[in-house]
Design a protein around this ligand. Structure first.
Ligand SMILES: [Fe+2]
Length: 185
Protein backbone atom coordinates (compact mmCIF):
# COMPACT_ATOMS: atom_id res chain seq x y z
CA UNK A 1 0.00 0.00 0.00
CA UNK A 2 2.86 2.38 0.76
CA UNK A 3 4.03 2.33 -2.85
CA UNK A 4 0.49 2.86 -4.10
CA UNK A 5 -0.02 5.85 -1.83
CA UNK A 6 3.34 7.29 -2.86
CA UNK A 7 2.32 7.06 -6.50
CA UNK A 8 -1.18 8.42 -5.87
CA UNK A 9 0.21 11.48 -4.08
CA UNK A 10 2.80 12.14 -6.78
CA UNK A 11 0.29 11.69 -9.60
CA UNK A 12 -2.35 13.90 -8.03
CA UNK A 13 0.18 16.63 -7.37
CA UNK A 14 1.58 16.47 -10.88
CA UNK A 15 -1.89 16.64 -12.38
CA UNK A 16 -2.78 19.68 -10.29
CA UNK A 17 0.33 21.46 -11.52
CA UNK A 18 -0.42 20.45 -15.10
CA UNK A 19 -3.84 22.04 -14.79
CA UNK A 20 -2.41 25.50 -14.09
CA UNK A 21 1.19 25.53 -15.32
CA UNK A 22 0.36 26.84 -18.80
CA UNK A 23 -1.77 29.70 -17.51
CA UNK A 24 -0.38 33.22 -17.48
CA UNK A 25 -0.48 35.12 -14.21
CA UNK A 26 -3.34 37.25 -15.56
CA UNK A 27 -5.37 34.11 -16.21
CA UNK A 28 -5.13 33.15 -12.55
CA UNK A 29 -7.17 36.23 -11.72
CA UNK A 30 -10.80 35.44 -12.38
CA UNK A 31 -14.03 37.37 -11.89
CA UNK A 32 -16.17 36.44 -8.90
CA UNK A 33 -18.48 33.68 -10.02
CA UNK A 34 -20.44 31.19 -8.05
CA UNK A 35 -18.97 28.12 -9.73
CA UNK A 36 -15.31 29.14 -9.78
CA UNK A 37 -12.67 30.07 -7.25
CA UNK A 38 -9.57 32.21 -7.62
CA UNK A 39 -6.99 29.77 -8.97
CA UNK A 40 -4.45 30.66 -6.30
CA UNK A 41 -7.06 30.02 -3.63
CA UNK A 42 -7.91 26.64 -5.11
CA UNK A 43 -4.24 25.62 -5.23
CA UNK A 44 -3.58 26.67 -1.65
CA UNK A 45 -6.76 24.97 -0.52
CA UNK A 46 -5.67 21.64 -1.98
CA UNK A 47 -2.39 21.85 -0.06
CA UNK A 48 -4.18 22.98 3.09
CA UNK A 49 -6.43 19.92 3.01
CA UNK A 50 -3.36 17.66 3.24
CA UNK A 51 -1.95 19.97 5.89
CA UNK A 52 -4.98 19.80 8.15
CA UNK A 53 -6.59 16.44 7.45
CA UNK A 54 -3.46 14.38 6.99
CA UNK A 55 -0.37 15.99 8.49
CA UNK A 56 -2.04 17.61 11.46
CA UNK A 57 -4.29 14.64 12.02
CA UNK A 58 -1.20 12.45 12.15
CA UNK A 59 0.70 14.58 14.60
CA UNK A 60 1.98 17.77 12.98
CA UNK A 61 1.72 20.69 15.38
CA UNK A 62 1.68 23.53 12.87
CA UNK A 63 0.58 24.29 9.35
CA UNK A 64 3.30 24.56 6.74
CA UNK A 65 2.10 28.05 5.88
CA UNK A 66 1.53 30.37 8.79
CA UNK A 67 -2.09 31.46 8.92
CA UNK A 68 -3.18 28.96 6.26
CA UNK A 69 -6.37 28.25 8.17
CA UNK A 70 -7.43 31.87 7.70
CA UNK A 71 -7.07 31.63 3.94
CA UNK A 72 -7.93 28.17 2.75
CA UNK A 73 -10.45 26.62 5.13
CA UNK A 74 -13.31 26.17 2.70
CA UNK A 75 -15.97 26.15 5.37
CA UNK A 76 -14.81 29.20 7.25
CA UNK A 77 -13.52 31.32 4.40
CA UNK A 78 -15.94 32.21 1.65
CA UNK A 79 -18.21 29.23 2.02
CA UNK A 80 -20.73 29.43 -0.84
CA UNK A 81 -23.31 27.80 1.41
CA UNK A 82 -22.97 30.72 3.81
CA UNK A 83 -23.46 33.20 1.00
CA UNK A 84 -20.07 34.88 1.26
CA UNK A 85 -18.16 33.20 -1.53
CA UNK A 86 -16.87 36.58 -2.72
CA UNK A 87 -14.65 36.74 0.36
CA UNK A 88 -12.18 34.49 -1.46
CA UNK A 89 -11.50 37.28 -3.95
CA UNK A 90 -10.42 39.64 -1.22
CA UNK A 91 -7.97 37.53 0.74
CA UNK A 92 -4.28 38.36 1.13
CA UNK A 93 -3.36 35.23 -0.83
CA UNK A 94 0.33 34.51 -1.32
CA UNK A 95 1.49 35.06 -4.91
CA UNK A 96 1.93 32.20 -7.34
CA UNK A 97 5.49 31.23 -6.42
CA UNK A 98 4.75 31.23 -2.70
CA UNK A 99 1.60 29.22 -3.23
CA UNK A 100 3.52 26.64 -5.26
CA UNK A 101 6.22 26.58 -2.58
CA UNK A 102 3.58 25.85 0.08
CA UNK A 103 2.20 23.05 -2.08
CA UNK A 104 5.68 21.59 -2.45
CA UNK A 105 6.41 21.78 1.27
CA UNK A 106 3.20 19.95 1.98
CA UNK A 107 3.77 17.28 -0.65
CA UNK A 108 7.36 16.75 0.46
CA UNK A 109 6.20 16.22 4.03
CA UNK A 110 3.31 14.00 2.98
CA UNK A 111 5.72 11.77 1.06
CA UNK A 112 8.44 11.97 3.69
CA UNK A 113 6.19 10.50 6.32
CA UNK A 114 5.46 7.49 4.10
CA UNK A 115 8.53 5.83 5.54
CA UNK A 116 6.64 2.86 6.89
CA UNK A 117 3.71 0.67 5.93
CA UNK A 118 0.69 2.81 6.75
CA UNK A 119 -2.02 1.44 8.98
CA UNK A 120 -5.69 1.58 8.01
CA UNK A 121 -6.22 5.02 9.50
CA UNK A 122 -3.21 6.51 7.75
CA UNK A 123 -4.24 4.87 4.51
CA UNK A 124 -7.71 6.33 4.83
CA UNK A 125 -6.36 9.83 5.42
CA UNK A 126 -3.96 9.59 2.49
CA UNK A 127 -6.70 8.42 0.17
CA UNK A 128 -9.11 11.04 1.48
CA UNK A 129 -6.61 13.78 0.73
CA UNK A 130 -5.67 12.42 -2.69
CA UNK A 131 -9.29 12.02 -3.73
CA UNK A 132 -9.98 15.54 -2.52
CA UNK A 133 -7.15 16.77 -4.72
CA UNK A 134 -8.54 14.77 -7.64
CA UNK A 135 -11.94 16.37 -7.05
CA UNK A 136 -10.32 19.78 -7.31
CA UNK A 137 -8.62 18.59 -10.46
CA UNK A 138 -12.09 18.27 -11.89
CA UNK A 139 -12.85 21.74 -10.56
CA UNK A 140 -9.77 23.21 -12.27
CA UNK A 141 -10.89 21.55 -15.47
CA UNK A 142 -14.42 22.92 -15.42
CA UNK A 143 -13.19 26.32 -14.25
CA UNK A 144 -10.93 26.45 -17.30
CA UNK A 145 -13.85 25.51 -19.49
CA UNK A 146 -16.12 28.08 -17.83
CA UNK A 147 -13.52 30.78 -18.40
CA UNK A 148 -13.00 29.62 -21.99
CA UNK A 149 -9.35 28.80 -21.41
CA UNK A 150 -7.61 26.21 -23.53
CA UNK A 151 -7.86 22.54 -22.74
CA UNK A 152 -5.18 21.52 -20.24
CA UNK A 153 -2.37 19.28 -21.41
CA UNK A 154 -1.85 16.54 -18.88
CA UNK A 155 1.49 14.78 -18.70
CA UNK A 156 0.01 11.84 -16.81
CA UNK A 157 -2.05 9.28 -18.63
CA UNK A 158 -5.60 9.55 -17.40
CA UNK A 159 -6.88 6.19 -18.54
CA UNK A 160 -4.74 4.24 -16.10
CA UNK A 161 -5.96 3.58 -12.64
CA UNK A 162 -4.96 1.22 -9.91
CA UNK A 163 -7.65 -0.08 -7.63
CA UNK A 164 -6.82 0.26 -3.96
CA UNK A 165 -7.98 -1.94 -1.18
CA UNK A 166 -8.94 0.01 1.88
CA UNK A 167 -10.16 -1.38 5.12
CA UNK A 168 -13.67 -0.41 6.12
CA UNK A 169 -14.99 0.84 9.40
CA UNK A 170 -15.51 4.21 11.04
CA UNK A 171 -12.79 6.85 11.10
CA UNK A 172 -12.27 8.52 14.42
CA UNK A 173 -10.78 11.97 14.24
CA UNK A 174 -9.44 13.55 17.36
CA UNK A 175 -11.01 16.97 18.00
CA UNK A 176 -7.82 17.92 19.85
CA UNK A 177 -6.00 18.26 16.56
CA UNK A 178 -8.35 20.79 15.11
CA UNK A 179 -10.80 21.81 17.79
CA UNK A 180 -14.24 23.09 17.20
CA UNK A 181 -15.08 21.50 13.89
CA UNK A 182 -16.05 18.16 12.48
CA UNK A 183 -14.22 16.36 9.69
CA UNK A 184 -15.38 17.70 6.38
CA UNK A 185 -14.09 18.07 2.89
FE1 LIG B 1 -12.03 21.19 -1.16
Amino acid sequence: MREHLFQFVKDAGKRTLDLVSDLADEQLIVPPMEIVNPFLWELGHVAFFYDVFLLRELGSDRFLLEGAENLYDSFKVGNPLAGDHDVRWNLPLPPREETLAYMKRVQDRVIQRLDHDPDDRETYLYLLSVLHEDMHGEAFTYMRQTLEYSEPQLSIATEKSTPAEVGGGPLRVSPRRYPGRPLRI
